[in-house]
Write a protein that binds this ligand. Structure first.
Ligand SMILES: Nc1ncnc2c1ncn2[C@@H]1O[C@H](COP(=O)(O)OP(=O)(O)OP(=O)(O)O)[C@@H](O)[C@H]1O
Length: 747
């Protein structure tokens, strides 16, 4: 019989849009099966048993079952739901700051419930804040429950299934030669597959402590592997870098530097404006201040790098307010003087705006055109800027991530400066570097015939097959100083310049640690400062678990301070405000019209308002030391005496914990960013110190450089052997651990 079905035209299959959790997985960088398999639990919860309240220990997470004997909504102070649970051995108070009518129903008096959460002690007996709860009597888990690092919109249950799928699909054969594993005492039975299977599903009998402190052999295996991947890729990058070529930026600057070295510290050695000379020297001559000796030194280090035909790869670190911007401007001046373009990329629009204002005021009087690019820019202005950049008329381009968008075509970019480099992801840094591949002219500026031919080669070949290309020089800046040994382990082939001196005339900031109970006194002090014509920041913390709570915190404080300070202009700034609004608030504050700015940590980096002389940091106990130091660095930038009030709150506890107290004390005692970084490292360990801030960076997730020194040593020795003797294994190993991120280490 004839087939009467008409053949339908084939409809092209559109890719299905990603669901929320899928997008969140991507955000976490969990795209390949192996990425999921290597997404290891942060901790484990033991849901295999019910504990008695009389036996639970303070500070531990417990699962208990009991009857609700009291449930009320407390309206005074913070609105909260208070529930008392009785399990027959003791009672426990459950507190909820966010709750719904359904929660009240589930927690009604007489209901039998199962709760799990961290148990705290105190005057009023046992307490749990925001415990998870459900009806009592359900089945108990048979294995420890892994808790994975996650983001908003990605529930643990979904992530757990995705990870299990990843483990099942991933190729997990060993990439480290067995004999080398024996060197660090690892049993062959803890191969990659077994180690991962175990870490994702540990049996309840295993000592939880060895899992939590990562001393278990399965963890050791993972840490050794991770360190090896890091060392391998750095070594590879180092070997490749030695073959790269960069434009030689040799203006008159280097000769001038010889004079600068003599001039350092000699006030009479300043050049007069209008004198001929390099752009760098003309800039120096017109600055409203003289460089410190440290600024001179680092500037000379940078200039020397720029004059070499290999790409600079330098980290410029300096304490808050140490004057990194002018050092960046001097580097830009050398680059522009040599006929090339420079890009300066900042992580936030606030910071980019500020850099732009400062650099325009310095460079435009010297005839340099500075272009400006941000996401919120009007289309017409943007078109004009793009044209200035493409034609090469703009010598310097300043902006946010907008600088690296596809539409931005530089005529001849030779120097990329990245401010607060740890805030940019891998892809962004690489994109900025790849901008140079669009270069078409200036081969004559590349020193030596080899370099000039390498430029031509770079133009002729697609970037994927380019072996010897022309790279821009890269200067990364940070105000979170990394101790030298740590920097060398993290960035094996990165040169580090350090500004270890503050400009003269700064009065030290007085730091006071004050209990929130004395808030009224603090507000009175603000009033006095406002009357004296000074400006004040009030910073509210970022509460990671709940953005909503975070926001309400800042808005609540804003309302409270506006009411307490009639007649004063009190502004509010937080990251979720539209850009235009943020800009308007910031410009009111910068111009001095706004007296008090209530803000979340968006002002953490770089903001420079010299008239601001008082900073209040609310819930200071929740911040890391380096972050507090960054925040505090927003005041004391002018000549006026400045102060920082660290307001702490003990919540329901009678006093602050020992570590919190030690941290705040350290802040009050020292103003040296390097010393603070050292103490912060001591308290948090390098993983968290750097790791938390390395968005998307291929940094160590599991190994800890402070405690895993033996493993690090092992990885350092093995890396060259692997590259030389087992190159295929080495490549598989790096790809497995770092995937596309391996590129990061070259960035
Ligand atoms: N040598 C100097 N003498 C006097 N003032 C200086 C000197 N160098 C920089 N300044 C001024 O000090 C202030 C801080 O400089 P800058 O903003 O560059 O600091 P920074 O290192 O970028 O700090 P942060 O990381 O906090 O942003 C600016 O107002 C700047 O103009």
């Amino acid at each position: 019989m004839q087939n009467r079905r008409m053949s339908l035209p084939t409809v092209p299959q559109l890719p299905k849009p990603l669901t929320g959790p899928q997008k969140a997985l991507r955000k976490l960088g969990l795209e390949r099966a192996i990425d999921l398999a290597l997404h290891l639990p942060l901790r484990y919860e033991d849901e295999t048993r019910i504990e008695r309240l009389s036996e639970v220990r303070e500070g531990e997470v417990a699962q208990v079952e009991g009857v609700v004997t009291h449930c009320e909504v407390k309206l005074s102070g913070h609105r909260q739901l208070l529930v008392t649970l009785d399990d027959g051995t003791d009672t426990c108070l459950l507190r909820f700051f966010t709750f719904y009518p359904s929660s009240q129903k589930a927690l009604a008096v007489g209901n039998r419930i199962r709760v799990r959460g961290e148990v705290k002690g105190g005057f009023g007996g046992l307490t749990m804040m925001h415990p998870a709860f459900k009806s009592a009597g359900g089945e108990l888990a048979v294995a420890l429950t892994p808790i994975y690092p996650t983001v908003a919109g990605l529930p643990q249950a979904y992530l757990r299934r995705a990870v299990q799928g990843g483990v099942a699909r991933a190729e997990l054969s060993d990439t480290v030669p067995l004999e080398n594993l024996c060197e660090i005492g690892l049993q062959p039975s803890w191969n990659m597959r077994n180690a991962l299977l175990f870490l994702h599903n540990p049996t309840p009998e295993v000592a939880l402590a060895t899992l939590q402190d990562h001393s278990h052999p399965a963890w050791q295996r993972l840490k050794a592997e991770e360190l090896l991947a890091q060392q391998l890729s750095q070594l590879q990058a180092k070997r490749e870098r030695a073959r790269l070529r960069a434009p030689v930026l040799h203006s008159q600057a280097l000769d001038d530097l010889v004079d600068d070295a003599h001039a350092a510290g000699r006030r009479d050695a300043r050049l007069k404006p209008g004198l001929p000379g390099s752009l760098r020297n003309r800039l120096l001559a017109t600055l409203p201040f003289q460089l410190t000796a440290a600024q001179h030194r680092v500037s000379a280090e940078i200039a020397r790098d720029l004059a070499r035909p290999v790409p600079m790869h330098r980290l410029l670190q300096g304490d808050v307010g140490s004057g990194k911007t002018v050092v960046a401007a001097l580097a830009a001046a050398i680059c522009i003087d040599a006929g090339w373009q420079c890009a300066l990329m900042a992580p936030t629009e606030i910071l980019a705006t500020q850099h732009f204002a400062k650099l325009v005021s310095w460079l435009e009087p010297l005839g340099i055109r500075v272009a400006w690019l941000t996401g919120s820019q009007k289309a017409k202005e943007r078109r004009e800027m793009l044209a200035l950049i493409a034609s090469g008329e703009a010598g310097l381009v300043i902006g946010t991530h907008a600088v690296i968008q596809d539409k931005v075509q530089f005529k001849n970019l030779a120097l990329a400066i990245i401010d607060e480099q740890h805030r940019f992801g891998v892809a962004q840094r690489l994109a900025l570097r790849s901008k140079l591949s669009a270069q078409t002219d200036h081969p004559e500026l590349v020193e030596g015939p080899a370099a000039a031919s390498s430029l031509r080669q770079a133009q002729d070949q697609p970037s994927s097959v380019r072996t010897v290309g022309l790279e821009p020089h890269l200067l990364m800046m940070t105000a979170t100083p990394i101790p030298r040994t740590l920097a060398m382990s993290y960035y094996a082939d990165l040169d580090v310049s350090t500004i270890d001196e503050l400009p003269p005339g700064r009065t030290p900031i007085i730091t006071k640690v004050v209990n929130d109970a004395r808030r009224e006194e603090v507000i009175a002090r603000i009033r006095a400062q406002l009357d004296a014509g000074r400006q004040i920041y009030w910073v509210c913390p970022l509460i990671e678990e709940s953005e909503a709570l975070d926001l309400s915190n800042a808005t609540e404080t804003h309302a409270q301070l506006s009411a307490a300070l009639p007649g004063a202009m009190v502004g509010l700034l937080h990251s979720r405000m539209p850009v235009a609004e943020k800009k308007a608030v910031m410009s009111l504050f910068t111009s001095g019209r706004m007296g008090l700015l209530v803000s979340t940590t968006v002002i953490e980096v770089g903001v420079d308002v010299p008239n601001a002389s008082l900073m209040v940091i609310e819930h200071a106990e929740r911040f890391g030391l380096s972050q507090l130091h960054q925040l505090r660095g927003r005041v004391g930038r002018g000549a006026a005496a400045s102060a920082c009030v660290l307001l702490y709150s003990t919540g329901d506890a009678p006093r602050l914990s020992e570590t919190a107290r030690a941290r705040l004390k350290a802040m009050a005692e020292t103003h040296d960013g390097f010393e603070i970084a050292r103490r912060d490292l001591e308290i948090r360990g390098p993983g968290e110190f750097l790791g938390a801030r390395q968005s998307g960076a291929a940094m160590l997730r599991f190994a800890d450089l402070a405690t895993d020194t033996a493993l690090l040593q092992w990885a350092r020795q093995l890396a060259p052997v692997m590259l030389d003797q087992h190159p295929a294994l080495a490549e598989r190993h790096v790809l497995r651990w770092l995937g596309g991120k391996a590129e990061f280490l070259k960035a």
